[in-house]
Every structure is written in C-alpha cells, then in structure tokens.
Ligand binder design. Structure first.
Ligand SMILES: [Zn+2]
Length: 82
C-alpha cells in the first residue's frame, strides 16, 4: 500500500511481542497487572497467545516513519467511567 501521509510505497511487515499482549492505551489509563491485560477503554491489537505473545500486520513507511496497523478491531462501546 502507499503511505497515506507522503504517498510513497510502504513495506509490509509485523509488530510482534513475546509473551505480552499488544494494545493501544488511551492517555490516563494503565494497561493492567497481567501480560494479557488491556486497559478499560483500550483496544487489543492482533491475536494473543499465552506462550507465543502477540502479532499484528503492519505497513511501515521508510520515507516518513509512519506505521499503519492492519486488522485492528473496533473498540466496543466506550465504558462510562463515572
Ligand atoms: Zn510516508
């Protein structure tokens, strides 16, 4: 795919973690105590396997340094924190 920022070709690859779950965490939240934890309003990235960790497809732009993740699930309805 072409980079949506600089419109040059991106390189396909992966972002991987050994043993840990990958997740996006909003500012002000913590991931949690376990290696498979995701914060309250966080978004898990890729599949997670206890002994293998996590892996998600990602395209990297060597021209501007952006990374685009593929297959990120939509976050469930945001939880009310009141
Ligand atoms: Zn770019």
């Amino acid at each position: 795919m072409d980079c949506p920022y600089c419109h040059k070709p991106m390189e396909p690859g992966w972002i991987e973690a050994r043993c840990e779950r990958l997740s996006w965490t909003p500012y002000g939240e913590k991931k949690g105590p376990f290696r498979w934890s995701v914060s309250q309003n966080g978004v898990p990235l890729g599949e997670y396997y206890f002994f293998q960790g996590a892996k998600i497809p990602a395209d990297y732009c060597p021209h501007c340094g952006k990374i685009i993740l593929a297959g990120v699930p939509r976050r469930p309805e945001k939880k009310d924190t009141k």
